[in-house]
Ligand binder design. Structure first.
Ligand SMILES: Nc1ncnc2c1ncn2[C@@H]1O[C@H](COP(=O)(O)OP(=O)(O)O)[C@@H](O)[C@H]1O
Ligand SMILES: O=C(CO)[C@@H](O)[C@H](O)COP(=O)(O)O
Length: 484
């Protein structure tokens, strides 16, 4: 058997696309491909990678679209000329909280997938649900209240699982599946997260859920790192069995499937490392350290940081840290993010990011006292909906001039990040003493990632907000590093 040279393949199965990247043994990027769900797989009729249902609360994606997209990404890698037989190890990430329901007998089909046929055809009959809930779903308010009640209240649930009950968290989604389609639930032999689902396609077997992405389910005890039986029982019967074991996020799960070896020329020695959530993956990839704050500007906006001690609150989340088993990560998520920026770009900036940037540069910081809150859909932080604009006299108004609207949106989004982060006690170092959660790092770095972090005028807004920190606390300038 040949030994691969040490290339690394990284994947991300996120809301709007699959991204795949091959790096050599010195971590130089050799090739990168994308499969955009709406554009590359139009037969699934998604918008932004999802289907928003009539109630405007239920949001799903077709599971076979994800399978087809991964095959297409692998084909594109081969077409790019990269030699996949040199890949020694692969891993990846997925949008958090989404779940996949494998039907009884699916494991056998997955293990025996023939290289002659693409996986999306082989796996056609393998899922108990064709459309699966994703992180944008907010249709499980009933299940959330039931779970909190069963655990003795929102704070008690947060103390164990790191979060109060959130609509998008997988336990509540599973509870809804069980209540709505009991037969489909019974016919399910394994429930995967999006991350462990993607890993399963590479492993040719069910991949285990990792601690970090598993923390986004309202089911895992983040300190003991095991399922909490009381949470499982409150959501659905026989759930432990359907979820399988949990593993540290950097666990080597085993070699790639024979499907991958035969169809795409992977080495049979290529190892699959557990996949995790996209935000934990960003924390690992950006090499975040205690004291840093990261901002991801993907489909969602998130703010996250490395935590030494978990202190779960009624807002925000504490996840297990993907790198260090003794540490944690804190995260706040905002749903009205890139898609809202795109809507305002299309209405006020002729559909162009350049024009959007020009509007930001043409308006003064503070926007002449005009401010707006833009919640096109039910927001996560805070749970609010609607568009609310206020002029310089604090009067509610119906509209702003185009350039003012662009700045009001972005300033409002970044102000919300600051307000909610500060509400949870995150501070840039120096303002009120030491950094996040009173850690002692002398300087806070702010790191940005995700699609919109390529836009310097948007990043500048964050810089501006943090310059105000420096005035208040007289600390060194926060640093901004961009990763996309
Ligand atoms: N130049 C830009 N300025 C602002 N936003 C951008 C720019 N380029 C891409 N984006 C945003 O990035 C988003 C996609 O980010 P990405 O991190 O790839 O998302 P995901 O991983 O959730 O699929 C798009 O929805 C788009 O609005
Ligand atoms: O719900 C969350 C985090 O809790 C989202 O951040 C999802 O993980 C989706 O990520 P992107 O596709 O926006 O990167």
């Amino acid at each position: 058997m040949s030994t691969p040279r040490g290339f690394v393949l990284g994947l991300d199965l996120s809301t709007q696309q699959v991204k795949a990247m091959v790096l050599d043994d010195e971590l130089v990027v050799l090739t990168e491909v994308h499969v955009h769900f709406d554009k590359d797989l139009p037969k699934f009729s998604t918008q932004g990678g999802v289907h928003i249902h009539e109630d405007k609360l239920t949001v799903t994606s077709p599971v076979l679209m994800w399978v087809e997209a991964i095959d297409l990404a692998l084909e594109r890698l081969v077409q790019s000329g990269v030699d996949l037989s040199q890949v020694a190890v692969l891993s990846g990430s997925g949008q958090q909280h989404g779940s996949v329901y494998w039907r009884q007998g699916a494991r056998k089909t997955l293990r025996n997938a023939a290289a002659s046929s693409p996986l999306h055809l082989t796996l056609q009959g393998c899922f108990s649900l064709d459309e699966v809930p994703v992180w944008m779903d907010s249709s499980t308010a009933t299940e959330c209240r039931q779970l909190e009640q069963a655990l003795g209240g929102a704070q008690s649930l947060a103390d164990i699982t790191g979060s109060r009950a959130y609509e998008r968290f997988t336990g509540n989604q599973i509870a809804k599946v069980y209540r709505t389609w009991p037969r489909a639930y019974e016919d399910t032999e394994r429930i995967s997260l999006v991350s462990s689902f993607a890993a399963s396609l590479f492993l040719g077997d069910y991949a285990t859920i990792d601690y970090s992405d598993g923390s986004g389910m309202n089911l895992l005890d983040i300190r003991k790192k095991c399922w909490t039986q009381r949470c499982l029982d409150a959501c659905a019967p026989d759930l432990a069995e359907k979820l399988g074991e949990l593993v540290p996020s950097h666990t080597v799960l085993g070699p790639v499937s024979s499907y991958l070896v035969q169809r795409y020329g992977f080495s049979p020695n290529c190892q699959v490392v557990a996949f995790s959530g996209d935000n934990p993956g960003s924390l690992a990839g950006m090499r975040l350290q205690a004291g840093d704050i990261a901002v991801s500007l993907g489909t969602s906006d998130t703010v996250f940081l490395w935590l030494k001690e978990p202190r779960p609150a009624l807002e925000g989340h504490v996840f297990c840290n993907p790198i260090c088993q003794e540490a944690y990560m804190a995260l706040i998520c905002f749903k009205n993010a890139s898609l809202t920026r795109e809507r305002v770009r299309d209405r006020c900036a002729a559909g162009s990011w350049e024009e959007f940037s020009r509007a930001l540069r043409a308006t003064p910081p503070g926007n002449g006292g005009n401010i707006g809150f833009y919640f096109d859909t039910m927001e996560i932080t805070p749970p609010a909906v609607g568009i609310h604009r206020f002029n310089t006299d604090d009067e509610k108004v119906e509209a702003f001039a185009d350039d003012v609207e662009v700045r009001a949106l972005v300033e409002g989004q970044f102000l919300a990040k600051r307000v909610h982060a500060e509400g949870l006690g995150y501070r840039t170092a120096g303002r009120d003493g030491p950094g996040p959660f009173s850690q002692t790092e002398p300087e806070t770095r702010i790191l940005a990632t995700g699609g919109a972090s390529s836009n310097k005028d948007i990043l500048q807004m964050f810089f501006f907000q943090n310059l105000r920190y420096t005035r208040l606390g007289d600390v060194p300038k926060p640093m901004i590093a961009c990763h996309t």
